[in-house]
Write a protein of this length. Structure first.
Lengths: 262, 275
């Protein structure tokens, strides 16, 4: 009897592992197919441009607000901590490095996952449920090329641009608080900011952003494309897209940081 | 480009031929050896209850699903496992009216109708719009009024008509109709049936429809096949339907609760959700 219980536990654990690896395999196949279709005609330029607007332009307010207030809070918190050690002079360095290397790409990625990843998953899942994806097939249009490629291309290219703008806004947020609330001098704050900032800091953040943009759109497309039936299927696809994209962003952030700065 | 140009052993007159096609989802066996032939220019209606595998049958022919066993031939070519660009080319032969119309929400009516022309056949937009307007008028809608509306602004019947206009816009050789009258009032259903007959005969196309609406089947069919538990259990001319001598067909066409068809035979419903 105890042997059977142990066997059942092993079977359940084994089943979970198999399901996990099967899901990872399906995701890799989906990603490989999507990337393969990026480079093969036909190309849907107008649809891709629309995605540039949806994913890039319309995410700008969210990313801008997030990085602005993050920069402001960072300056305030750094000041509170650093005054204990008479190290207020390091605030500009902390703000600029934290924003460009970590906070702007990660927070922008997470915000875009919430806004864009959810929207992509819901839209494609609804198309799946209402047979619009099957209709594409019957109209001689490959759904990967029409639905998946434009979104992945737009996400991968637009998130770095959003993060670059977010970098500027976030640094500006730290500057506003430091100069106007904490009485730092304009000249010394800006000098310290530019002295410490190197191209590699910004570039590493932009590379991270491109990877996060790919992850967000890939997860949105994947979960939408493989959605279950009905409203519940659409809801589950949306949730799974946001949760999986957010977790993958945090994991890949660690991996990329290790690669860039170890 | 279509597969290996393998010619069929069937007659030259055969447009669609399914031989021993089987499809399962896990342990749910939906198609259990379908044998079916649709001749060129013929209108075949497949009848059967909910969850008997009708939609799965259509999706296997279209390549949306791949059969586990058996052979599907379209216009003399084996297409069972055709994929990629060859499948896209093959789809030029097909048009389809979906059960819920499946119009693209983000596009206006005229662009829905012209979609296959613009993206499938690479036709210039202006020319595609002209054809779309012509097809919208052909299905009894006023293009002037509806062409620039979005699908959400149309009634169910109007959406079905737009779906029909889209299905015939590329003048396909084969048209599929998936439950064309489901969800429509009887008058609108009859209007759609008339339009289907007109469109199919006008194009000289081959039609394969699935329905459980017997009025619709009687109106649009040259031949009728009945699917039950994943097999074609009867196939014959529409004029022979009432004298089929098959108790399953008799029960179904008369809508009787009592008979050989079990009330619990909707085993395939669960699996249909996978399709």
């Amino acid at each position: 009897m105890p042997f059977t219980i142990v066997l059942n536990i092993f079977a359940a654990v084994g089943q979970s592992f198999l399901s996990f690896f099967a899901a990872v395999g399906r995701l890799f196949v989906f990603a490989a197919k999507a990337v393969g279709h990026i480079f093969a005609p036909p190309f849907f330029g107008r649809i891709t441009l629309k995605q540039f607007m949806d994913i890039g332009y319309y995410s700008l307010p969210v990313v801008g607000m997030t990085t602005l207030f993050t920069g402001m809070v960072l300056a305030l918190q750094s000041y509170t901590g650093f005054t204990r050690f008479n190290a207020e002079g390091a605030i500009a360095s902390v703000v600029v490095l934290s924003i460009t290397r970590e906070l702007a790409p990660v927070l922008a990625g997470l915000m875009v996952a919430g806004r864009v990843g959810a929207s992509i998953a819901a839209e494609i899942a609804t198309m799946r449920v209402t047979e619009q994806i099957d209709a594409l097939v019957t109209l001689s249009v490959n759904p990967y090329k029409y639905l998946i490629v434009p979104r992945i291309v737009a996400g991968t290219l637009m998130l770095p641009i959003l993060v670059l703008i977010g970098d500027i806004i976030g640094i500006m947020g730290g500057y506003i608080v430091s100069v106007h609330a904490l009485d730092f001098s304009v000249g010394s704050y800006l000098k310290q900011t530019f002295d410490v900032l190197q191209a590699a800091d910004v570039i590493s953040g932009l590379v991270k952003a491109a990877v996060f943009g790919f992850i967000v759109t890939l997860m949105g497309c994947y979960h939408g494309f493989h959605s279950g039936r009905g409203a519940q299927g659409v809801g589950a696809a949306t949730t799974n897209a946001v949760v999986s994209a957010s977790i993958l962003i945090l994991i890949f952030n660690y991996v990329l940081t290790q690669v860039f700065f170890s | 480009m279509i597969n290996d140009n393998k010619e069929t052993a069937g007659g030259e007159n055969s447009m669609i031929r399914m031989s021993n096609v089987k499809k399962s989802f896990g342990d749910k066996h939906i198609l259990r050896g379908i044998n079916l032939e649709v001749k060129k220019g013929e209108s075949l209606v497949v009848i059967g209850g909910s969850g008997t595998g009708k939609s799965v049958l259509l999706k296997n022919i279209l390549g949306i699903l791949e059969p586990d066993e058996g052979t599907i031939e379209v216009d003399g070519h084996v297409t069972t496992h055709v994929r990629g660009r060859a499948r896209v080319e093959l789809m030029h032969k097909f048009g389809m009216l979906f059960q819920g119309a499946a119009l693209f929400d983000s596009l206006p009516v005229w662009e829905n109708v012209a979609f296959g022309l613009i993206h499938g056949e690479k036709m210039p937009k202006g020319q595609a719009r002209e054809i779309a307007v012509e097809k919208i008028n052909a299905v009894g809608l006023s293009a002037q009024r509806v062409a620039d509306l979005y699908p959400a602004e149309l009634s169910g019947g109007m959406q079905k008509r737009v779906g029909l206009a889209r299905a015939i816009a590329t003048s396909p050789e084969i048209i599929f109709f998936d439950e064309p009258t489901t969800g429509l009032d009887p008058i609108m259903a009859d209007v759609i049936n008339d339009l289907i007959v007109e469109s199919v005969k006008g194009l000289g196309a081959t039609a394969l429809s699935i329905t459980h609406d017997m009025a619709s089947a009687r109106k649009i069919a040259d031949k009728v096949a009945m699917i039950y538990e994943g097999e074609i259990i009867w196939c014959g001319d529409i004029k022979d339907l009432d004298n089929s001598g098959n108790p399953y067909v008799d029960q179904f066409i008369h809508g009787r609760a009592e008979g050989p068809i079990s009330k619990h035979s909707d085993f395939a419903k669960t699996a249909k959700s996978h399709a």
